[in-house]
Ligand binder design. Structure first.
Ligand code: GGG
Length: 354
């Protein structure tokens, strides 16, 4: 029997709805395998902030470090600045646990027609650098409220940071169709992006020495955004900086049908620290509390977590169960259907046991 301890942070908005839905599905699937998950819930997030002035306790990272994995819902609320919510919970977890890979698959799901072009199936993975780049705290606001007001934000790109994420992406591409695309903007961003290009190219040369089928394309991110809309099936693995990867992965999941289906894994190879699994979507305050949120992003993230915990068969079983629900026409509103969260979960649970 494999057992694992999972820290659960449902967080804000629809995180409170999609998290219990996904846990029910993960528990139902693990009952078919030799695995037992011990869920430990943490009530951290914006309500915790309203009570205590912080998104998590001072020893929050220490508490999380005791678990094998972290399952996160959503973070963010309209009445508290993102600088408090994201930077008080999500981003410290990614950084403290060196989760430098943010893996974001996007592919055509059964019964869903890609929003813009339906010609060929989409199957890509975006590997977003998750610890540095444009998400930096270096800079400031100056001369606030005056004509001279200015804001400066430094981006931080390190050789270590680029090398490790490029290596992960190149190794992943080798296990797939062998095509790696690197998102760049080296025509406009003249220091960090040429450095990114140079280091990625060096890593790919090294990996290609053992895997000659591996190819690398550097594509300017503006052209890449257009190409993702027009020819999404052309892309296999895309490696991108923190900001560019965040934007491209929302785009990639939206063209498959809805950002509501997109999962992600915040990984720390070589697994010195716990990894974190969360849907790409945020807290969606506009639909929170109505029972209509699409739970697929959270359920699929649960499948990525099972895979990470060494349970690929349970993970595949869970993915097949939600894919069957979609193929049977059970869809939430973001996908053009009428099902609520509960109806969708009921269909997934029935498929898990059938
Ligand atoms: N499901 C995680 C979540 O709530 N994400 C909201 C968000 O805006 N994240 C910013 C980021 O991933 O950089």
């Amino acid at each position: 029997m494999t057992s694992a301890s999972i820290a659960v942070v449902a967080g804000d908005g629809i995180g409170q709805e999609v998290m219990p839905a996904a846990i029910r599905c993960v528990d139902a699937v693990t009952a078919h395998y030799d695995v037992s998950l011990d869920w430990r819930e943490y009530d951290w997030g914006s309500d915790f902030y309203r009570r205590t002035g912080a998104m998590m306790p001072v020893d929050g990272i220490d508490q999380l470090s005791k678990h094998d994995a972290i399952f996160l819902g959503a973070v963010g609320t309209p009445d508290i600045p993102d600088t408090e919510t994201l930077w008080g919970l999500l981003i410290p977890i990614r950084r403290e646990f060196q989760q430098y890979v943010n893996l974001r698959p996007a592919r055509t799901l059964p019964g869903l027609t890609p929003v813009l072009r339906a010609d060929q199936p989409i199957d890509m993975v975006i590997v977003r650098e998750n610890n540095e780049g444009e998400y930096s705290e270096i800079g400031g606001r100056y001369a606030r409220g005056t004509e001279a007001e200015a804001a400066i934000q430094e981006a931080v790109f390190t050789r270590t940071g680029i090398t490790r994420v490029a290596r992960f992406a190149a190794d992943l591409a080798v296990t797939r169709r062998g095509s790696l695309t690197s998102a760049t903007k080296s025509n406009g961003i003249v220091h960090t992006m040429p450095f990114w290009d140079e280091v990625v190219a060096g890593v790919v040369d090294e990996v290609a020495a053992d895997h000659p089928g591996l190819t690398l394309r550097n594509v300017l991110v503006d052209a890449l955004a257009a190409a993702l809309v027009l020819r999404p099936w052309d892309f296999d693995v895309i490696v991108a900086s923190n900001l560019l990867g965040d934007i491209l992965s929302d785009l990639a999941s939206a063209i498959t049908g809805s950002i509501g289906v997109a999962p992600s894994a915040n990984l720390n190879p070589p697994r010195r620290y716990p990894s974190m699994f969360e849907p790409v979507h945020g807290s969606a305050p506009d639909i929170a509390g109505q029972g209509i949120a699409n739970p697929i992003g959270q359920i699929w993230s649960g499948a990525l977590m099972l895979d990470h915990l060494g349970q690929p068969r349970a993970a595949a079983h869970l993915v097949a169960a939600f894919e069957q629900a979609l193929a049977d026409g059970v869809r939430t509103r973001d996908l053009g259907g009428t099902a609520g969260t509960e109806e969708f979960v009921t269909a997934v649970l029935a498929n898990i046991d059938s």
